[in-house]
Design a protein around this ligand. Structure first.
Ligand SMILES: [Zn+2]
Length: 470
């Protein structure tokens, strides 16, 4: 009897001791970012002048003032010493693999049909798409992009490269009515896309998608079939939309006078899954249609102004409540795809266009590059802000370079002063993929070496054809 009482006493004492130990115990997490200037980019734009973010598995489990960081312990602590911490940038429109063609035909008239399409006919292959995506991924990672939306051929090769580096992406398999390396007809393109979608539908970081090249390079039947399939598979549709005069002419002729956006509405393919890139040629009725059907818009300012195509009516779109994100377009258009280089151009061009320097304040640009872009890709419940339970896609921007000194308004500093090289760390899906500018999951030197070797083949071929490479 005595023995039993003693045992009970010891057991209950041990239990209480372990409870008090738990009360004082720190919670173990995987990565702890400390002493950052945290810009959460949530709906309230909450900020912490000296704050922390705790990451466990692939999620943000706490964010707040530095005083609360002592509740956590981690194997990996990144003391960022006042640097800026914010959600990763989201590039809503690019063609990563075209990095291998970058700076070719930059100032050539009719670049797309006269220069680019023949170049692609000769060089697009599985190997080229994979290598170009490896290079593009590196550039984006090092520029602070954590998620991107891509449209190209052999998109399963882009997926392989994305899977390897550990980034997040929405990858659209191209469908176009002209024969390409991966599909001879639009029907073949749709079949390729369906196979790709089935293969990647449950990937944790990759969202497969359809990518009809544009309304004018596909038939009505193709566009309608893709819209039907996208709803059945519940995947996005990425397309170039209302981008060029050529598109406007073809569609006006096809429809006896409808604009590209009104045409898509008339054939029933505008919906929440659709992401239109460029959307330059849109009047207020078109914008109302985009809003009504919840179509997302990828705004690609540098490509639009370099191609002398026009200024997309983004201020009007935002005023009408259309979801607008930022994109870079491909590296043959932009020419950089790190997104950050778009920021100041977006602000400045719209100020100039409307002759109002108070338009497009810096914070609006960062909103578009984070939550705005997440909404466009229908990923805003998962990414786009530093919010507890969202996926841990986080960047740290250095504040010690001359161009980032001093910092009064951090949004202004990022939009008008930062270089892509100021991005210091990048975490995607809870994993540190870049630390102090070193990519940790891929071999940067090797990728650049192989890209140079491939560019030699392109150079030799163009020289043989007597084409200018300048
Ligand atoms: Zn594009």
């Amino acid at each position: 009897m005595k023995f039993n009482v003693l045992t009970k006493f010891i057991t209950s004492t041990l239990f209480m001791l372990s409870l008090s130990h738990q009360a004082n115990a720190q919670q173990a997490v995987d990565i702890l970012i400390t002493h950052g200037r945290i810009l959460t980019m949530n709906a309230e734009l909450s900020e912490y002048a000296d704050g922390f973010v705790a990451i466990k598995d692939n999620k943000i489990i706490a964010v707040g003032p530095q005083s609360q960081a002592k509740q956590f312990t981690a194997d990996k602590v990144l003391d960022v010493d006042g640097d800026l911490v914010l959600p990763g940038f989201i590039n809503t429109h690019t063609h990563a693999s075209m990095t291998l063609f970058r700076s070719l035909g930059d100032d050539v008239d009719d670049r797309l049909h006269g220069y680019l399409f023949p170049l692609e006919k000769e060089f697009v292959s599985r190997e080229m798409v994979y290598l170009g995506a490896e290079l593009g991924n590196l550039e984006m990672l090092k520029g602070g992009v954590t998620t991107y939306a891509d449209m190209y051929y052999f998109e399963d090769e882009v997926a392989k490269a994305v899977d390897e580096i550990g980034m997040r992406a929405v990858l659209g398999q191209t469908v176009i009515q002209y024969p390409q390396a991966d599909a001879k007809t639009a029907e073949d393109g749709i079949a390729y896309a369906e196979k790709f979608i089935q293969q990647y539908k449950n990937h944790p970081r990759i969202t497969p998608a359809f990518a009809p090249h544009a309304p004018y390079t596909n038939s009505t039947e193709t566009l309608q079939k893709i819209a039907r399939l996208s709803l059945a598979y519940n995947v996005p549709v990425l397309t170039h939309l209302a981008e060029s005069q050529r598109e406007l002419e073809v569609i006006t002729k096809r429809t006896q006078g409808l604009s590209p956006i009104a045409y898509l509405a008339s054939i029933g393919v505008l919906n929440k899954n659709l992401v239109g890139a460029h959307v330059i040629l849109a009047d207020s009725q078109d914008i109302a249609l985009l809003k009504q059907h919840q179509v997302g818009v990828a705004h690609n300012i540098s490509a639009n102004i370099k191609a002398a195509k026009g200024v997309a009516p983004v201020v009007e779109m935002l005023n009408q409540g259309v979801n607008v994100g930022l994109g870079t377009d491909g590296p043959m258009s932009g020419n950089t795809i790190s997104l950050l280089d778009e920021f100041s151009q977006v602000a400045k061009v719209h100020k100039l266009w409307h002759q109002d320097r108070s338009l497009m304040p810096a914070v609006e640009i960062i909103k578009m590059a984070t939550m705005g872009s997440a909404k466009v890709l229908n990923l805003d419940h998962k990414i786009g802000s530093l919010t507890v339970n969202k996926l841990a896609d986080i960047i740290v921007i250095g504040t010690k370079s001359p161009n980032m000194t001093p910092i009064y308004n951090p949004y202004s500093a990022i939009v008008y002063s930062a270089y892509a090289t100021d991005i210091r760390h990048s975490i995607i899906d809870g994993k540190l993929l870049m630390e102090d500018r070193k990519a940790l999951t891929v071999n940067e030197e090797d990728i650049i070496k192989r890209a140079h070797a491939f560019s030699e083949q392109i150079k030799q071929s163009l020289i043989k054809q007597g084409k200018s490479i300048l």
